[in-house]
Design a protein. Structure first.
Lengths: 376, 260
């Protein structure tokens, strides 16, 4: 079997004749390979006319067409007639199509909107979003009312599945983060308090900060990244697969079917997780106190008990429950509003986590003010 | 050829008046009016991008039309309040293009869910009815499977079982044979005809599958992208032979299996 012929490079030769310039194309013209430039081929010459020929061309594809289009554009701009009569009919047809399909300017230049239209559309958008949020909150409330009135109809199995997912399955990561937060706080406190011989107050500092602030906050942050994102991705995917539409055509409210069991699951699991996080955080502080400050765990525990009272624990748990519900709201709402595409689901997930974190921080600040006003 | 004469009508099953539909804030269909008789197999056909699926989504209330109204079995649907709407939703079923089964539920649970939500039947009765529906579409023995564990054709059949769960008076199909091999697609057609013949259900199908159109359709409307509306209405064989519009004749006669 003879070896396949080596592809020869695309070549152009320009030869001046009595009535103009003969440009002969040869070799293989492939779009993935190098292509001679028209201007280099003709140089500075300004002939009376140009005649194009491609008798020596072997393989060719769009590369050849691009070259010919360049030649025609040049001849038009220079006002020199271009004779394509020697090209095969097929090539001339394709060339005409290529030129007719020139990219419209509008496709390249971003569509510009007037300032007023942009402001109007943005306002319209905000109003719509506001309406959606109100609608969502309303439906969730209705769902909770239904749960109380007809508990038999509630989707308990979904709810338990979600509790397992967002609660039990989150224990390892919550343990790790909480113990590290406890350790870090205790270290920081130890360095300062030791200078005053107030070593034992490490227990007070760690106890109060963990129970009132860090326990609920860190748990919420973990849940936002873990569960909030999962809610948005799952529900967004259901939107993309028309599963949400299927619910709607059967007269089943997607909010009550999907969001309410998830919100209930988070509402129940968040305080439990936060309580667990408190315990593990205090344990972290205790480890540092024992290791660095040589405070016996029993003394540490008694000190913690003397400073942390039921008020502190309750305020922490109230915060945790609120954060959990906010994460659930953000996750479910972003999922339900997702555009039905892979990119849409991705955006919904990102937006769920960012919104949840933002809401958690804002709520935490509000709680700080409220608890301060109430002196608790 | 075209199926048996539909059961005698006592008023149309669906009446659509002057519907104007938009998709992504772009008007796709203007002034669409037609009616579907009871017990009829009615096709909505047309080339890609002409608004078939958009029209269907407006009919079943997944989108709100800009203008116009839809009435089901003589009662207004588009202008109904939430309670009436929910009642009406129970009277029709819909099979989505990909089946749209709920992925976290087994096939049996998928079919059972509409019954759990809308009926006062006992758990046992619901399970029995759901299993019966699945066996009707040839999925007996697959009750415990999840949607991800079965093929595309089986998912569509399960979707049909779910759409039939509440014994609807009207069933909508969005491209029932899209993505199916010819044999499975034919089985789907037979299932659809079986549903109509057994229960007298009114059936509305969005499709551009010529073989299904000629095998099943009692009547059809054809939509066109440029016209932004209906360009033909009638029986498929008559339109193919004698439509004054060349676009309609071209669409309907391109098929080499015309009339099988």
């Amino acid at each position: 079997m003879p070896p396949a012929p080596e592809p020869s490079a695309a070549r152009v030769t320009a030869q001046a004749t009595a009535d103009g310039l003969d440009v002969a194309l040869a070799g293989d013209w492939q779009v993935a390979g190098p292509r001679p430039a028209w201007r280099e081929a003709v140089g500075e010459s300004r002939p009376a006319r140009v005649r194009l020929g491609m008798d020596g061309v072997g393989l060719w594809d769009s590369s050849l067409l691009l070259f010919l289009a360049e030649a025609e554009a040049w001849s038009r701009s220079e006002g020199i007639p271009c004779d394509t009569g020697a090209l095969p009919e097929k090539v001339r047809t394709l060339l005409a199509q290529l030129e007719a399909a020139s990219v419209p300017r509008a496709a390249l230049v971003p569509h510009e909107e007037s300032f007023f239209a942009a402001v109007g559309l943005a306002t319209h958008n905000v109003v719509n979003q506001g309406r959606e949020i109100v609608h969502f909150v309303g439906e969730c409330t209705l769902g909770l009312v239904q749960l109380v009135r007809r508990p038999g109809k509630f989707r308990w199995r979904d709810c338990f599945d979600q509790m397992q997912q967002c609660g039990a399955m989150a224990l390892p990561i919550v343990s790790l983060i909480s113990v590290l937060v406890g350790l870090t706080l205790a270290y920081q406190a130890a360095v300062e308090l030791r200078q005053f011989g107030a070593d034992i107050y490490v227990a007070d500092l760690v106890g109060i900060s963990i129970v009132r602030e860090m326990g609920p906050m860190m748990t919420a942050v973990i849940i936002a990244g873990r569960t909030g994102a999962a809610f948005a991705a799952t529900i967004g995917n259901m939107r993309a697969n028309e599963e949400i539409d299927a619910l709607e055509t059967l007269g089943i409210s997607p909010v009550q079917f999907l969001a309410v069991p998830r919100l209930v699951a988070l509402g129940v699991m968040m305080p439990l997780l936060a309580f667990y996080s408190n315990a593990v955080g205090i344990l972290g502080g205790m480890i540092v106190a024992r290791g660095i400050l040589q405070i016996p765990p029993s003394a540490y525990w008694i000190e913690t008990q003397s400073i942390v009272d039921l008020h502190d624990i309750t305020t922490g748990l109230i915060k945790a429950t609120t954060f959990g519900l906010l994460v659930g709201f953000a996750g479910c709402l972003c999922g339900l509003r997702a555009e039905p595409s892979a990119a849409g689901v991705g955006r919904a997930t990102t937006s769920a986590v960012v919104t949840a974190l933002l809401l958690i921080i804002v709520a935490d600040a509000l709680f700080a003010v409220i608890f301060n006003l109430l002196h608790v | 050829m075209s199926a048996a004469v539909p059961t005698p009508a006592t008023g149309p099953a669906i009446e659509v008046q002057g519907l104007e539909c938009a998709y992504d804030e772009r008007v796709v269909l203007k002034d669409v009016s037609f009616s579907v008789r009871r017990g009829e197999i009615f096709f909505i056909i047309g080339g890609s991008g002409c608004g078939k699926t958009t029209l269907l989504r407006h009919l079943v209330g997944l989108r709100v039309p800009l203008r116009g109204s839809v009435r089901f079995l003589g009662r207004p649907f588009t202008d109904a309040d939430a309670g009436q709407r929910r009642e009406q939703l129970k009277t029709f079923g819909m099979l989505f293009q990909g089946g749209a089964l709920w992925s976290s539920l087994t096939l049996l649970e998928n079919v059972a869910l509409p019954l759990e939500e809308h009926t006062a039947l006992s758990r046992k009765e619901i399970a029995a009815l759901a299993a019966f529906r699945l066996s009707q579409v040839g999925l007996g023995g697959f009750e415990g499977y999840y949607p991800s564990e079965i093929s595309g054709g089986m998912r569509k059949r399960a979707g049909l079982a779910r759409a039939l769960a509440l014994d609807p008076a009207i069933v909508f199909f969005d491209e029932p044979s899209a993505g199916l091999d010819p044999v499975t697609s034919r089985h789907m057609d037979e299932l659809i005809r079986g549903v109509r013949d057994t229960f007298g259900t009114t059936i509305v199908i969005v499709s551009h599958e010529l073989r299904s159109i000629f095998a099943l359709a009692d009547r059809l409307i054809m939509l066109d992208r440029e016209a932004q509306g209906i360009i033909a209405e009638g029986r498929p064989a008559e339109l193919a032979a004698a439509s004054p519009d060349p676009r309609v004749r071209e669409f309907l006669t391109l098929s080499p299996v015309h009339g099988t």
